[in-house]
Ligand binder design. Structure first.
Ligand code: FMN
Length: 366
């Protein structure tokens, strides 16, 4: 089945992209993912001066299910790429030469200075990459240099920086937004005013993964100390789905959305498509399960489309958005369906007749 989709003029062989991070850390791993069947990749974020980027070890922490041990949440305090820009430029050229039909998106980040952003844009664009993703969203480390989410939290900076980039770029520009903000629509709309053709959401959520009760040290612990980091993996998916749906309902129709956050299989990815994403990105899922997870992603999407009678991925995009409403409207709909009795039978006064866990189960939909 044809799983391709055209987004901002780019033809993606399928809607599944490596998210910026370890899965796109150099040309070798990106090539391996294309060979495995991924439709595209957003490379690890790069900047002009890699010498300023110094990572720590350890830099990851996991939240596991208490019963199965499965990883449900993941924190990282990793910075952007520490590889020199010249090496990246050479590798972007090499990847585009060897894989001309796969989509390669360069993720870029710089300090708040027009010349720096425009130099980086021109250099990277010359290599033949298909699009840019502006990293306005890394929530730790880079923020100390006023980069990443320090920009994404301020709509005026998002608009300004995006316009610097779009002034010199002739390929599509996506802005990647931070969830560490009250209303994700505001900086996203600002980036669109600056010329962004698409919005990627979400980056990681600020978090502290836990505290070691033996040493009393919060984790991940580096020489006895830590900083809050970025939370990803399954646990963030409901938050990402909410933000993606808000964006899909609030952005101009022609702005594309790349959905990110906690995707581990085709079921999760289809949810993002149904809520308005034209492509989806996966970072932690690939780190935990490997690039071969693409097989299930493609098979699962094909099966879903066949079962539900969809002829193209584009037809799936945004299909569930019409089912969002207001609370008052839900009450009206229940009344109209003569289910008001069911609502009244679950009034707060009734609590206490049954065990609270039974009541919770009774009011849960899945
Ligand atoms: C170890 C790690 C490194 C990351 N590095 C970057 C990065 O360099 N640039 C970026 O835009 N996002 C980066 N991210 C964020 C991911 O691309 C993604 O937005 C986020 O983790 C949520 O998606 P996921 O649950 O599929 O990982 C990183 C995430 C992780 C876990």
């Amino acid at each position: 089945m044809d799983l391709s989709i055209v987004v901002n003029g780019m033809t993606f062989p399928n809607p599944f992209l490596l998210g910026s991070g370890p899965p796109g850390t150099n040309a070798r791993v990106i090539a391996k993912s294309y060979d495995a069947g991924w439709g595209g990749a957003v490379a690890k974020t790069i900047s002009l001066e890699s010498a300023k980027v110094v990572n720590v070890v350890p830099r990851y922490g996991k939240l596991r299910s208490k019963t199965s041990g499965e990883v449900i949440g993941f924190e990282n305090i990793e910075l952007i790429s520490d590889r020199p820009i010249d090496l990246w430029l050479e590798e972007f050229r090499q990847i585009k030469k060897e894989y001309p039909k796969h989509i390669l998106i360069a993720s870029i980040m710089e300090e708040y200075e027009k010349g720096r952003w425009q130099d980086l844009t021109r250099m990277v664009q010359d290599t033949g990459v298909d699009a840019f993703e502006l990293n306005f969203s890394c929530p730790h480390g880079m923020t100390e240099r006023k980069m990443g989410s320090e920009m994404g939290e301020h709509p005026d900076l998002c608009e300004q920086v995006t316009s610097w980039v779009t002034e010199v770029s002739n390929i599509p520009v996506w802005a990647k937004m931070t969830p560490n903000i009250t209303n994700i629509k505001e900086p996203s709309l600002a980036a669109v005013r600056g010329g962004a053709a698409g919005i990627s959401a979400i980056n990681t959520i600020l978090s502290v993964i836990g505290v070691d009760l033996n040493t009393l040290r919060p984790m991940p612990t580096v020489e006895g100390h830590t900083v809050p980091g970025g939370y990803s993996s399954q646990a963030v998916r409901p938050i990402a789905l909410r933000m993606v749906s808000q964006l899909a309902l609030g952005l101009p129709q022609d702005v594309s959305i790349s959905g990110i956050g906690g995707i581990e299989n085709s079921h999760d990815a289809i949810e993002f498509l149904l809520l308005g994403s034209s492509t989806v990105q996966i970072c932690t899922g690939v780190m935990l399960h490997g690039v071969k997870m693409i097989d299930e992603l493609k098979e699962g999407l094909e099966k879903f489309m066949t079962d539900k009678g969809f002829n193209s991925v584009q037809e799936v995009v945004g299909k569930s958005l019409g089912y969002f409403s207001t609370h008052m409207d839900l009450v009206q709909k229940m009344k109209a369906a003569k289910r008001s009795k069911a609502g009244e039978a679950s009034r707060d006064n009734e609590w206490g007749q049954k065990d609270i866990t039974e009541k919770t189960a009774e009011l849960t939909s899945n």
